[in-house]
Design a protein. Structure first.
Length: 345
């Protein structure tokens, strides 16, 4: 800092004020200091500063599957917001493994991050652990039952209901669903939205048409093959995330089943190349970038103004997901006579 002050022709205190954005330095003085910093390739010692102010201006984010485009967009929204507020972001991937998730959190604690955004693989122990430490945390995409804390979610039940209604209004009665993990709120809510639409339309929910998946491509493929092998296969399938949709499309291609002529496909999650498929995929588009942005805004508010929050406060933002109708859904080839509604076995 002394070298910067000497080159800029100002005091060390003026350099410090410019770096820390304090005081009322003129625009000309700020420009001289910044030019001197650039000429000397000077980088402020953030570690030393963090020890003084007890804040690192670094936050962590743990997602459960970085290979999923949904989480990539989520991270981009969070990182863009953090960078605009001059925070650094450390990203960790738990690969849906609770033990790896614990290791990720331990790493973030050791780096003294100021707070964490978490898409939990373990819905109970990780959020409970962070809450017990009174550590700033915002959950995103998934929450435990009766969670009292900060979270940003999509309106999963509402979106799944709207998507299923779309299939029903096209004339489909034999509608199957490949679910996500049913120990996660996302999987539970999407199945519940499907059930609600089917029951309101007085349509049967066949046990063999409810195929439990795990949000992974191989699961979508295997469950898709199972559905196509049924004596009376469905005329429409609702997949509860993008990887399940890709797995189902692989199964359709392998069995040479035409979409949407023989089977309509509805996916949950939109991605850049959904419109490049043949047929172009009908999907439910989550506002993933906006979810990441809102989660980071909420976390930084919690870090910078903790007095605005009380222990046990429940603040959850729910964002609407939008149905994107394209070519993979169409009326069934033959009109169907609905069966009496009955519950899933």
């Amino acid at each position: 800092m002394r070298d910067v002050a000497r080159l800029a022709g100002v005091s060390v205190g003026s350099v410090s004020a410019v770096i820390n954005e304090k005081g009322t330095a003129s625009a000309a003085l700020k420009e001289r200091v910044k030019s001197a910093m650039e000429a000397l390739d000077y980088q402020p010692d953030h570690v030393a500063r963090s020890l003084k102010v007890r804040r690192t201006r670094t936050v962590g984010m743990v997602v459960s599957d970085i290979s999923n485009p949904f989480f990539t967009e989520l991270m981009l929204g969070a990182e863009t917001t953090a960078r605009a507020r001059q925070y650094s972001l450390i990203l960790c991937n738990s690969s849906e493994d609770p033990e790896l998730e614990r290791d990720c959190l331990n790493t973030l604690f050791s780096r003294r991050v100021d707070g964490v955004i978490l898409a939990p693989a373990d819905l109970h122990s990780a959020p409970d652990r962070l809450t017990a430490r009174r550590f700033p945390i915002v959950l995103v995409d998934r929450v435990p039952p009766h969670y009292k804390g900060l979270a940003v979610l999509a309106k999963n039940l509402e979106a799944a209901y709207e998507g299923t209604r779309h299939l029903i209004e096209l004339g489909h009665h034999r509608i199957a669903i490949i679910t996500g993990r049913l120990d996660l709120s996302t999987g539970i809510d999407r199945l519940e939205g499907f059930r609600k639409a089917m029951q309101e339309a007085h349509l049967p929910i066949r046990g063999e048409y409810v195929q439990p998946g795990d949000f992974q491509l191989q699961s979508g493929y295997q469950r898709g093959l199972r559905l196509l092998s049924l004596p009376e296969p469905p005329t429409a399938v609702f997949c509860c995330n993008n990887k399940l949709t890709l797995g189902l499309m692989r199964a359709l291609a392998e069995r040479e089943v035409c979409c949407p002529e023989q089977v309509s496909v509805l996916g949950f999650d939109d991605f850049d190349w959904a419109a490049s498929f043949r047929p172009r995929l009908t999907t439910i588009a989550q506002p993933s970038f906006e979810m990441g942005k809102k989660a980071m805004e909420m976390l930084l508010h919690k870090i910078e103004a903790p007095e605005d929050f009380q222990p046990g406060d429940r603040t959850q933002i729910s964002l609407r997901a939008a149905l994107q109708v394209r070519d993979s859904t169409a009326p069934p080839l033959h009109s169907e006579v609905p069966e009496p509604a009955r519950e899933v076995v």
